[in-house]
Ligand binder design. Structure first.
Ligand code: SDX
Length: 427
């Protein structure tokens, strides 16, 4: 029988704290009254043991390698769903009917253009501008272009804001790429699907439209589905924290983009390709790399996870998809996937990784798919951000609906004892 309360004895006094049970049997001790009852706070750097909220969006079981979006297993969504349908599931809570999906698709088409004044933003960046800094800046500027959506009060306002972000994030990403390679912007084509339109904006030229294959469209859609949400990861928690101050949706997801940019989070997919290309260029062997990792000179990027202490289910799906895309594009001889598999095999048979329960994560094979689609490494974190938009929006909305308190963690102070001010002449 599961405990309903937890007993904590401090300085000879025993306190009773409520126990919370999740829908999948996860257990938590509710410490929301701890400081008021005991004068103590808890300390948990990196929040590895701390739940920040209760959420109905995504469930992850790191020990069993389970990932479900609103109860649907990621494996089934990978096989049968599309990115837009998955985005609707995460944001609105249910898989859409055909009619609902058609209405949302029309909303996305109506929102795919950027305000022409916004294009000057791109002129303000240097050609070598970082795509993630452009993306966060332009998304943040939506607050200026859509002041009517700064204080979302109705479902209609929320749906419009959702459509603007989900649709325009592609256009911003593609335009930042076109700017970086000195090519003219290719405007979106409302007659194309979500992923085909993005690839069109990336790779068409004024004199020749790019027509992606079904395999390319499916691979991109799958990549985006795999990245659509992952409960309280660093960037999602950032979006929830910023949203908890009642900051607008645009500012909150722009903050999520900045958090995702880090090498330990959404920047890892680019780091994986750089690692594989280094090995492929003969600068070091797989064995050398593994030894350097074991000497803690570097980390094996795309490996390890705070939650998954077994295989990340997304890594399995993306590994299979990478192989399929390479086969469909007659690129089965691509050396990087061979090196990735060699690295994976070497790590999985080495105690250093086995003891620390380090397995391939979502970033280990995802970069091979993007590279095979012709997307440059500099754009990889941006692709992760496009995929993660639905998750960030869903969590921002859940946070705002729960009318939860502003996130304001406590701390343990370790600084100087009280001291008197000394004027500069006497220092
Ligand atoms: C994502 O949270 C999410 O859900 C994120 C994400 C999502 O969908 O939002 O899944 C996306 O960010 C995936 C992770 C991408 N990052 C990388 O691939 C970067 C490489 N991996 C790591 O740096 C690391 O594994 C983390 C950051 C992902 C997790 O780190 P933790 O949980 O804080 O673990 P840790 O740093 O405390 O490491 C525990 C031990 C340490 O060894 P000891 O000091 O105990 O001997 O494992 C070692 C670490 O040195 N370790 C690694 C390693 N990851 C952890 N050693 C070598 N290579 C690695 N990749």
């Amino acid at each position: 029988m599961d405990a309903k309360t937890a007993l904590l004895t401090l300085d000879g006094t025993t306190f009773e704290l409520p126990v919370v049970m999740g829908a999948e049997g996860e257990k938590a001790i509710d410490i929301s009254s701890l400081r008021q009852k005991t004068g103590y706070i808890t300390l948990d750097p990196g929040y590895a043991n701390t739940g920040s909220c209760q959420s109905a969006i995504t469930f992850v079981d790191g020990e069993k390698g389970i990932l479900r979006y609103r109860g649907y297993p990621i494996e089934e969504l990978a096989e049968q769903s599309s990115f837009i349908e998955t985005a609707m599931l995460l944001i609105f809570g249910e898989l859409p009917t055909q009619a609902e999906r058609a209405v949302f698709r029309d909303m996305l088409s109506a929102q795919e253009l950027l305000h022409e004044d916004l294009l000057h933003h791109f002129e303000g960046f240097p050609p070598y501008g970082q795509p993630m800094s452009i993306l966060s800046a332009v998304i943040n500027s939506f607050a200026s272009y859509h002041p009517d959506l700064l204080d979302i009060q109705t479902d209609e306002e929320f749906r419009l804001a959702v459509a603007k972000i989900i649709s325009k994030v592609r256009t911003i990403a593609a335009f930042s790429y076109r700017k970086s390679v000195g090519r003219p912007f290719m405007y979106p084509d409302p007659n194309r699907s979500y992923c085909s339109n993005f690839l069109h904006m990336m790779f068409s030229v004024p004199y020749k439209e790019f027509e992606p294959t079904r395999a390319q469209i499916k691979a991109l859609s799958l990549f985006l589905v795999m990245h659509a949400d992952h409960e309280q990861n660093c960037s999602c928690s950032t979006v929830r924290m910023v949203g908890s101050s009642q900051a607008n949706l645009f500012a909150s997801v722009a903050a999520g983009i900045c958090a995702l940019w880090g090498r330990l989070h959404g920047g890892a997919n680019a780091a994986v390709i750089e690692m594989l290309e280094n090995i492929n260029a003969g600068r070091m062997t797989v064995k050398d790399y593994i030894e350097k990792v074991k000497r803690r000179e570097m980390r094996l990027m795309g490996f390890g996870h705070r939650i998954y202490k077994s295989f990340d289910p997304r890594a399995k799906i993306l590994k299979k998809a990478a192989h399929k895309l390479l086969h469909d594009q007659d690129m089965t001889g691509d050396p990087l996937i061979e090196i990735a598999q060699e690295l994976e095999a070497a790590a999985m048979s080495d105690d250093f990784f086995v003891e620390r329960r380090l397995y391939p994560n979502v970033d280990f094979y995802s970069g091979i798919i993007l590279r095979t689609l012709g997307i440059p490494v500099s754009m990889f974190p941006v692709m992760f951000a496009i995929g993660r938009m639905p998750g960030w929006i869903a969590h921002w909305y859940e946070e705002s609906k729960n009318n939860s308190k502003i996130h304001r963690p406590r701390q343990i102070y370790t600084g100087p004892a009280p001291r008197r001010y000394v004027s500069i002449e006497d220092r």
